[in-house]
Design a protein around this ligand. Structure first.
Ligand code: A3P
Length: 296
């Protein structure tokens, strides 16, 4: 689309205590009333935690053998619809979920745990939550805001970082999100809480853990095939995973599959920003057993 046809960037506002934009509240009642099925798998994350990576892994685990044409012809955001999303003149995430022909259905959501539609709990669905350390998440989110017209304008890095710390970004506070889901894990046994840093460290091991959670047992050969297919370089050049088919994203400004590293924050944070961040982090993250690694 030429730039004139794109709508202005959405504005942030407070929605039940969480910063949101219209893209994620306009279809609220329909999203809340979604009918989950017992075999649905919800992939829940705070933005930029590795959602696309884990979505591709799950899609390959479930459908890589039975319908390989799926991976080569349908973009990831159609195979694993983003339930919360609603944009003008496009099918809503909720509609895409309703129309999914697969079983199980793989469904993506960035909702904080208190906003998850009740049907997922009633049906006792399996949920895969992916978390990523706050500093790398902030950096990745900043670059995502630069390239995606459906995100508020991120401004300069230094001011974006302050907004991130305050939770004034889409889907609200990272701190509340990762903690809320971590607490949920203590009572919902069908929640697998995984970390981006672990995936980077040993993708094969994390695929094995996912499989034992999901009750899958791919052959060693199949598991290796998947591990190779989801390596950073392969997903970056794969048009069905790199978001090159989405007009609202300007890959010339920044790639969606951008760097894929643990510790890229060191290239963005000044020493003073890092110290301020760490001090605030300690306060917000005290009284939790949840631990992150900012380097490996
Ligand atoms: P960076 O911006 O730090 O590179 P999400 O899918 O939740 O929006 O997360 C996007 C982040 O995951 C981006 O981080 C992207 O590069 C990274 N990512 C996507 N696929 C990856 C892969 N196969 N290996 C490593 N990182 C990956």
């Amino acid at each position: 689309l030429p730039w004139m046809e794109l709508p202005p960037r959405p504005k942030l506002f407070d929605f039940h205590g969480v910063s949101m934009t219209k893209c994620f509240t306009d279809n609220w009642d329909n999203v809340q009333n979604v009918k989950a099925r017992p075999d649905d798998i919800l992939i829940a994350t705070y933005p930029k935690a590795g959602t696309t990576w884990v979505s591709q892994i799950l899609d390959l685990l479930y459908f890589g053998q039975t319908s390989p044409e799926r991976q080569s012809s349908i973009p990831i955001h159609m195979r694993v619809p983003f339930l919360d999303l609603c944009r003008p003149s496009q099918p809503t995430g909720k509609d895409l979920v309703d129309q999914l022909p697969t079983s199980p259905r793989l469904i993506k959501s960035h909702l904080p745990v208190q906003f998850v539609p009740k049907s997922f709990w009633e049906q006792n669905c399996r949920i895969v939550y992916v978390a990523r350390n706050a500093k790398d998440t902030a950096v990745s989110y900043f670059h995502f805001g630069r390239m995606n017209m459906f995100q508020p304008e991120p401004g300069e890095w230094s001011s974006f970082l302050q907004h991130f710390i305050q939770g004034e970004v889409v889907f609200g506070s990272w701190y509340d999100h990762v903690r809320g889901w971590w607490e949920k894990k203590q009572t919902h046994s069908k929640l697998h809480y995984m970390f981006y840093e672990d995936l980077i460290e040993d993708t094969g091991r994390e695929i094995d853990r996912l499989c034992s959670f999901l009750g899958l047992s791919p052959s060693a050969e199949e598991r290796e095939r998947i591990r190779g297919a989801v390596q950073f370089d392969n997903m970056k050049k794969n048009k069905m995973t790199n978001y090159s088919t989405v007009p609202s994203m300007d890959l010339k400004v920044s790639s969606f599959i951008r760097k894929g590293k643990v510790g890229d924050w060191k290239n963005h944070f000044t020493v003073a920003q890092s110290e301020q961040f760490d001090e605030d982090y300690k306060k917000k993250m005290k009284n939790t057993t949840l631990q992150f690694r900012t380097e490996i």
